[in-house]
Design a protein around this ligand. Sequence first.
Ligand SMILES: *[C@@H]1O[C@H](CO)[C@@H](O)[C@H](O)[C@H]1NC(C)=O
Ligand SMILES: *[C@@H]1O[C@H](CO)[C@@H](O)[C@H](O)[C@H]1NC(C)=O
Ligand SMILES: *[C@@H]1O[C@H](CO)[C@@H](O)[C@H](O)[C@H]1NC(C)=O
Ligand SMILES: *[C@@H]1O[C@H](CO)[C@@H](O)[C@H](O)[C@H]1NC(C)=O
Ligand SMILES: *[C@@H]1O[C@H](CO)[C@@H](O)[C@H](O)[C@H]1NC(C)=O
Length: 468
Amino acid sequence: MVELKRPPTNSRGFYVRMRFLHSNGKHNQRQAQDKSFFRKYYKWVLWLSLSFYFFSSYLLSQSPKQRLNPLHTTSFAGSGSTHSSRALFESSLSLSNSSSTRSQEPKIDQELRGLKIYVYELPPKYNSEWLSNERCRTHLFASEVAIHRALLTSDVRTLDPQEADFFFVPVYVSCNFSTTNGFPAIGHARSLLLSAVQLISSEHPFWNRSSGSDHVFVASHDYGACFHAMEDRAIADGVPEFLKKSIILQTFGVNYDHPCQDVEHVVIPPYIPPESLRRTLEASPENGGRDIWAFFRGKMEVHPKNISGRFYSKAVRSVIWHKYGGDRRFYLRRHRFAGYQSEIVRSIFCLCPLGWAPWSPRLVESVVLGCVPVVIADGIRLPFPDAVPWPEISLTVAERDAVRLGAILDRVAATNLSAIQRKIWSPEVRRALLFNDCVEYGDATWQVLRSLAKKLDRSHRRSRVYSQ
Ligand SMILES: *[C@@H]1O[C@H](CO)[C@@H](O)[C@H](O)[C@H]1NC(C)=O
Ligand SMILES: *[C@@H]1O[C@H](CO)[C@@H](O)[C@H](O)[C@H]1NC(C)=O
Ligand SMILES: *[C@@H]1O[C@H](CO)[C@@H](O)[C@H](O)[C@H]1NC(C)=O
Ligand SMILES: *[C@@H]1O[C@H](CO)[C@@H](O)[C@H](O)[C@H]1NC(C)=O
Ligand SMILES: *[C@@H]1O[C@H](CO)[C@@H](O)[C@H](O)[C@H]1NC(C)=O
């Protein structure tokens, strides 16, 4: 279970409550009257405030539209200290309790257009067996596990395949970690998926009747539906023939034609465990400020290697290292450090250059930890553009402009940085990028469901209803 669901009883949470009361005009008056009672009856005042808080949080949870209104958010974050913003982050997460989610059910049902999903039960070798390795559910490709788990307890799940719009096929392909370098080997992905498709198509009638077009798979590693980590091989292999008619949820996305997205698909964020981000925020000093100007930690080759005609990160990271390694405003580190989220939360700009693939887990970590992502990956297509206003909360720098990074960031710092920072603290935005154990209104799995609800023309059940 996610820790984030604990009731908001910590002192910071209370601070937000008081700010909320004060920012609400109608209640300022009452509070002024209350002041004379305060010394004698402070316990009652406290109790009233708490009751009011729980009542108002109930109201908030009742009106998701209101919570989606960015103005509403600014009224909290407007006065701008990192302290209140962080508290807001925590309160927004603890507010999204399963009980409040439940009270939104009619609304959710309306937005998801009554979507129903059947989740196949496959033998353990396709999924649960991989979970014996703890990393399987926490590493950056773990959305394949997270989406499956969230669907199992979701209201959109149906146990009756006859009333399903979509069929989810839970195969975990990214958990075969190499014993030598720890990277996931995905060489077995195609055969494992094919065997799962053979199994469901022989045991159930649903695959054959639609050629799999109402079936949903997750492909969360570098080149998504191509199931290979190197682009040239991925392109040569292409999307497996047996998956070409299905819907693929993939982290890979570009805004030009690419053989690895030549299939119906939804771009999803990489998986970052929400608990780790919350721990980072809690551990960071409340008014510590952001003392790092531009941050990057990760693989940066000093002398980029030519690997069959390609260079890691198209050598962009090497350019950054050579140009800015000696610049004191840039905090660049080439070695792994498990606690690097504590560096992101101290940073103003977080560089997100491409690796082999354009997407990076840093995108999610930066946004959630309030560091402005600087995306350096030409043509990248970012997840959930309906829910996340990427152009307003991030910077995009062309790969060829990596040499001018310092000047570009200088100009932003002098002009619109604070506007970007204000927008980045929106609770709706960070909620949309995180996968929770149970679907929560507006979270990453919910955004997937909303995307699927727009593809209901693929639903066999509905097409029959309409044609009759
Ligand atoms: C969250 O939900 C649990 C049970 O679902 C409940 O016990 C708890 O009080 C709730 N917390 C809040 C803040 O609503
Ligand atoms: C895991 O990957 C290795 C190669 O690294 C491969 O030999 C092995 O067959 C894979 N395991 C499974 C169960 O697919
Ligand atoms: C679906 O089609 C495959 C290949 O044509 C066939 O082997 C299989 O038996 C069919 N499944 C069902 C349930 O009829
Ligand atoms: C990289 O290697 C390929 C051969 O694999 C070669 O054709 C290409 O010219 C090399 N590129 C550079 C910049 O050295
Ligand atoms: C901030 O300014 C930069 C150029 O200085 C511009 O490219 C970017 O779109 C602006 N971003 C926002 C959110 O206004």
